[in-house]
Design a binder for this molecule. Structure first.
Ligand code: GLT
Ligand code: MN
Ligand code: MN
Length: 388
């Protein structure tokens, strides 16, 4: 059997808010005592994670005094040094405090928008101080329950203005930092703007510094929207925009479940890992998930270990799939190309267009070919079920 021990080169990360999740939900109180950020780092060190990510207020409470802040930071840095964990990504909490009840960058209140910029600049400084190279923006409150409340065009323009301002801030400070925008269709707002990774990719191209901005797709969020996550991630990868990824799992049509990676849909998790590994994605594999509310901290460790172990097992399965002779024979057959159409592809020319219009196609013959996808899918399932 293979070794599924997580190693630094796997770049497995967790947020303080993930393993630190105390199990509060809209219907019930916390079920686990809160642990300090330093203790959460130690827990992550124990299970073998590579890095830890955080929101400004996961680490420093919003009302901390300067001396409280210094003491927390000192403890946190000590735990990082003890465990060897790094901080690859940080982000801003622009959703918990009541001031953000109607959004941050899209709020109708200019004081809220200005405060959100100020809070983000301070949080960027903190992240950079701890070594972060990626900065995530998840605008959980940037939306509406009623579209009477906000003009959607204004909301887009306000978001653009905020992102442009913050890109300039990073350039001005000469920080080595990229932004990764995370979409979600709804929850906690009735509807959230820029609701999918595809929306985000289009929005990024309208910014002043699109080269500084990519995406942070999350499995659960695209599944909430009923979308194929693998396709969304592929689009981001192909565009050179996959700066970060939030791995977890989610049943379609449910609330944001943030389950352990691979807990629900193994087949789609497999194709995701295969996509990332085949294309040599070299960013963090961040698990934005949390343990079931039934668990104590031993269960939280089971959860964290399970995320990484499942990823590594699926990585091995992807290698097996790529090396399987029968599978590869089907892949070769369905991609067969005798080169006879090459003359019609590639760059347009009037001659090419004319020649293509004159070509005759035997539609019935072409359509009569069976594509063997049933067999290929069954072989895939058998790799996953461990019988090949
Ligand atoms: C929050 C959200 C996540 C985001 C985090 C970053 S916070 O837990 O549900 O999807 O990635 O802001
Ligand atoms: Mn989520
Ligand atoms: Mn997320």
């Amino acid at each position: 059997m293979s070794d599924y021990t997580p190693k630094p080169e796997h770049k497995f990360t967790f947020g303080l808010w993930t393993v630190g999740n105390v199990g509060r939900d809209p219907f019930g109180a916390p079920v686990r005592d809160a642990k300090s950020p330093a203790d959460l780092v130690r827990l992550l060190g124990e299970v073998g994670a590579w890095g830890v990510n955080f929101h400004d207020n996961d680490l420093i409470p919003i009302d901390a005094t300067p001396s409280e802040r210094d003491a927390i930071l000192k403890e946190f840095k000590k735990a990082l040094a003890e465990t060897g964990l790094c901080v690859p990504m940080t982000t801003t909490n622009l959703f918990s405090d009541p001031i953000f009840k109607d959004g941050a960058f899209t709020s109708n209140d200019p004081k809220v928008r200005a405060y959100a910029l100020q809070k983000t600049m301070n949080a960027i400084d903190l992240g950079v101080e701890l070594g972060a190279k990626v900065y995530v923006f998840w605008g959980g409150r940037e939306g509406t329950e009623t579209d009477a409340a906000k003009d959607p065009l204004t909301a887009i323009k306000r978001t653009r203005e905020a992102m442009n301002f913050l890109c300039e801030y990073v350039l001005d400070k000469k920080y080595d930092l990229k932004f990764a925008l995370e979409a979600k269709p709804n929850e906690p707002r009735g509807d959230i703007y820029n609701s999918t990774t595809g929306h985000m990719l289009a929005f990024i191209e309208t910014l002043d510094h699109p080269e500084m901005v990519g995406v942070n797709p999350e499995v659960a969020h695209e599944h909430m929207a009923g979308l194929n996550f693998v396709h969304g991630v592929a689009q981001a990868l192909e565009a050179g925009k996959l700066f970060h990824i939030d791995l977890n799992d989610q049943a379609f049509g449910r609330y944001d479940q943030d389950f352990r990676f691979g807990a629900v849909n193994l087949k789609s998790a497999f194709f995701l890992v295969k996509l990332l590994e085949d294309n040599k994605y070299d960013g963090s594999r961040h698990f934005d998930a949390h343990a079931y509310r039934t668990e104590d901290y031993e269960g939280v460790k089971d959860f964290a270990r399970g995320c990484m172990r499942t990823y590594l097992i699926l990585k091995e399965k992807a290698e097996q799939w790529n090396a399987d002779k029968e599978i590869q024979a089907v892949v070769a057959e369905i991609n067969a190309d005798d080169g006879s159409m090459n003359q019609y592809f590639g760059k347009y020319s009037a001659e090419k267009a004319a020649a293509l219009k004159a070509q005759s196609f035997d539609r019935t013959k072409i359509a009569s070919r069976g594509l063997k996808y049933e067999r290929l899918d069954q072989l895939t399932i058998e790799v996953l079920l461990g019988v090949r």
